[in-house]
Write a protein that binds this ligand. Structure first.
Ligand code: AMP
Ligand code: GLY
Length: 410
């Protein structure tokens, strides 16, 4: 059972379906078009050998605890472990006691003290909302006045009401970013291939932060010595700290790492699979994903990392007005009636993020990110060519697409 309705969950279900029978709740029309059952029933009322929770909110809200209380095998930490994602203030304090390198920081719920701290920092200024904010709670700016305004706005509670009235102000770090997804069964960890996400809406990393406009895997420069360093300085101390706090973490620990000149530093933890990184990770593991995730849920993870084969690139097509105010209802052409036209390009799978089917049975836009056009290949370059070939076939009014995803892979 896969829980969620985006392209990440589509990719998970598609990969698990290679070796198991999958249902998705609630799913989406693209998942259904791939012949995978989608149901509206809440997860707690469903039976399955394995539950995989996709979205951050459900994990942070403790859905894994509810399911485990029913005796179910779950990929996803309980609410205790999910605080690593649910509260940036908690995460920073956790990293400090674990000894994981990360940006210097201050946590504030008082405006005067927050602004005073901000004025001691060097630009660019980094201001974060404490709680979940759908990838939109982070401001990085050279403009002190803008940063101060952002602090006031966040502390007012008007923008991110549910995400609390606490801000984290951080030292700015610089360097390329790497997404490292680590599977953890409570005791053992294995890393999946490294990947890179493109967060800004525009080419050359310009424009607003988004949920992610594309990704590729693996980052070939992240060879064995790099991964060993990540394990030693980030993952192992984190696991030790989780155990010290009696947190039985069974799920995906997603480390957002910045490769600074002073070595790798942790930007953030997420308590679930990345989106869109999952769309480029799962195609690399053939039919092995179900077994791997089952081992995570049941505490039987093998210490040998699974072998990733080839490379993958995903290009997100987003709706007109994304990310500020995406428009819904634009007719999507190029998917075909069964959703599989663009998939005739070699190596391509189209994962749906925000689509709906209108009264005439046609696919229309129904969310910010609409589809993630994913291709595999022997190399990132080959996968990239295929993904863009397929993406060019899928059109709708106001389509937003970056043209430089994986153009210069690291
Ligand atoms: P987060 O949600 O914490 O990963 O932040 C979203 C994005 O903001 C990251 O992927 C970075 O590109 C950027 N960012 C976050 N924290 C910092 C920092 N301390 N220094 C520079 N950039 C940052
Ligand atoms: N790709 C960023 C995230 O999943 O949070």
């Amino acid at each position: 059972m896969v829980i969620g309705s985006g392209a990440r969950e589509h990719a998970l279900a598609w990969a698990i379906a290679k070796s198991a029978h999958v249902t998705v709740t609630p799913g989406n029309p693209g998942i259904a078009a791939h012949g995978i059952a989608c149901v509206e029933t809440p997860a707690t009322e469903l039976e399955a050998d394995l539950f995989v929770i996709g979205p951050d909110q459900e994990v942070v809200d403790g859905l894994a605890d509810d399911l485990r209380a029913q005796g179910k095998a779950v990929v996803g930490p309980g609410a205790d472990g999910a605080r690593l994602e649910g509260s940036k203030a908690f995460m920073k304090e956790f990293l400090e006691s674990a000894g994981v390198p990360s940006a210097a920081f201050g946590v504030f719920d008082d405006e005067v003290r927050a602004v005073a701290y901000l004025r001691t920092m060097k630009p660019p200024y980094v201001v974060k909302t404490d709680g979940l904010a759908a990838g939109k709670g982070v401001l990085v700016t050279h403009d002190l006045a803008e940063a101060e305004g952002d602090v006031r706005e966040k502390l007012s509670g008007h923008v991110f009401a549910g995400a609390g009235r606490t801000v984290v102000i951080e030292e700015a770090l610089d360097g390329p970013e790497c997404s490292l997804m680590v599977l953890c069964d409570g005791t053992h960890v294995v890393t999946l291939a490294s990947s890179q996400d493109f967060k800004r809406v525009g080419d050359a990393n310009r424009g607003a932060n988004t949920g992610g406009m594309g990704a590729y895997a693996p980052m070939t420069s992240m060879d064995a010595p790099h991964l060993e360093e990540f394990m030693e300085t980030i993952v192992t101390p984190t696991l030790r700290e989780l155990q010290r706090r009696d947190i039985d973490y069974r799920g995906v620990l997603y480390a957002g790492i910045m490769l600074t000149t002073q070595g790798p530093k942790l930007l953030e933890y997420n308590a679930r699979f990345g989106d869109p990184e999952t769309q480029v990770l799962v195609p690399l593991y053939g039919d092995g994903l179900f077994q791997l995730l089952h081992d995570v849920a049941t505490g039987q993870l093998d210490a040998t990392p699974p072998r990733a084969v080839g490379a993958a690139v995903t290009v997100v097509l987003a709706a007109h007005g994304y990310p500020a105010s995406p428009r819904r209802g634009d007719l999507i052409e190029g998917l075909g009636v069964d959703g599989q036209l663009a998939e005739q390009v070699d190596g391509v799978t189209v994962f749906h993020a925000g689509t709906a089917i209108n009264d005439e049975g046609q696919f229309v836009t129904n969310g910010g990110r609409v589809v993630a056009v994913t291709a595999v290949g022997d190399t990132v370059a080959q996968a990239r060519g295929r993904a863009y070939d397929a993406a060019s076939l899928i059109t709708f009014a106001g389509r937003v697409m970056r043209t430089d995803i994986a153009l210069a892979p690291l």
